[in-house]
Design a protein around this ligand. Sequence first.
Ligand SMILES: [Zn+2]
Length: 128
Amino acid sequence: MPHYDYRCLDCRKRSVIYQSYADYGVQPVHCPHCGSANLERRIGRVRLARSEDSRLDELSDPSEWGDFDEEDPRSMARMMRKMGSELGEDLPDEFDEVVDRLEAGESPEDIEGSMPDLGGGEGEDLDF
Ligand SMILES: [Zn+2]
């Protein structure tokens, strides 16, 4: 059965909903998380379900972050570790150093100021 990718506009969770072609656009769909009918179809995303694009998309969705608190360096460090392991790539040494220093309670501004190499490199900008 074909499936369609939706994002709930109320609870902001993503869901994949299975519907036959006959039902699609005819039968109302509801969010499996909160029951809202206020769903937005995410066109073209289903095929990318296991792609890096989709994983990054999930990571950039604050509802997936749990107790993430951007004011708390340790919380940010946890987030970065999660992101690093999700990407599954060889991350530069600087990444570990930044995370370690965040966990030690240093502010991102201090770390950035002491590491002039950060912020270069198009396309690998960890923009927090
Ligand atoms: Zn919902």
